[in-house]
Write a protein that binds this ligand. Sequence first.
Ligand code: NAD
Length: 290
Amino acid sequence: MENKITGTTRLTALFATPIRHSISPLIHNASFQKLGIDAVYLAFEVGKDKLPRAIESIRTLDMLGANLSMPNKQSAIEWMDELSDASRLIGAVNTIVNENGKLTGHITDGTGFMHNLQDNGIRVIGQKITIIGAGGAATAIIVQAALDGVKEISVFNLKDDFYTMIEKKLQEIETQTHCKISLYDLADQEKLESEISDSVLLVNATGVGMKPLEGQIPIKNLTKILRADLAVADVIYNPRETELLKQARLIGCKTTNGLGMLLYQGAAAFELWTGQKMPVAEIKPIILEA
Ligand code: NAD
């Protein structure tokens, strides 16, 4: 179906910087076309300085809503009229829904990650998982995994600002979800090995493995740690196969990259704006080609 842009076409948008590499416009516009929805999705180069005005434009232009990415996810919180439970717990917004001028902030990264695991037959509910990273992507995954019923999460991070910032937040998530969550120093190799040994999934939620750290792995002695019945997920989708995923695949682990997370976080945003399910089966081949 070919949609025509007319006087009634509604706008959705992505506010982020850098933005020109984003495949979200491709995902959403193809979905609008396929379902015959009279809407378009455009990417706008918006950093923190322009964010308040960009958010106000959602009301001014009566947009359906917007997506936010780096560096806007945390700072958008203060401009929202309402927040979803996950958004409040994580302290970040990646999807804004406009209902007659009332803006509600949601975060769909975590649900996108969990949906992708399910899609790949990786079962984590009632199990233990280990996550490397404590930034935005990691926090979204931790919160959603805990809300969905993962039994235990071990988080490893460098002793940097992220470590200090997430310490209190993890305690709060633990109290609110009854999932056991522990934070460790990524330099503690012995602990890392023992925590992964009884985990069903290892997640890289850092940028280690993509430019400028392409070819690198966030943990040492990987071959000693990996085993064939451990699933390994990376939030990175460019490159499609990070060095971590390559090594894991060679050992026989089930692996998944960040494309599925990206697709399903988009699908959740799409549903919030339109009330309709994104036609993911038709969109998957389009993003694999992109
Ligand atoms: P962030 O800046 O909030 O967090 C960065 C994290 O990486 C921190 O935990 C930091 O301590 C850690 N880190 C930085 N350098 C490191 C190093 N050399 N060794 C080990 N750890 C290191 O970033 P973010 O928003 O959480 O994004 C992280 C990654 O997730 C990026 O690659 C981003 O593209 C990806 N991401 C993917 C999706 C998706 O849909 N697939 C969504 C969001 C983010």
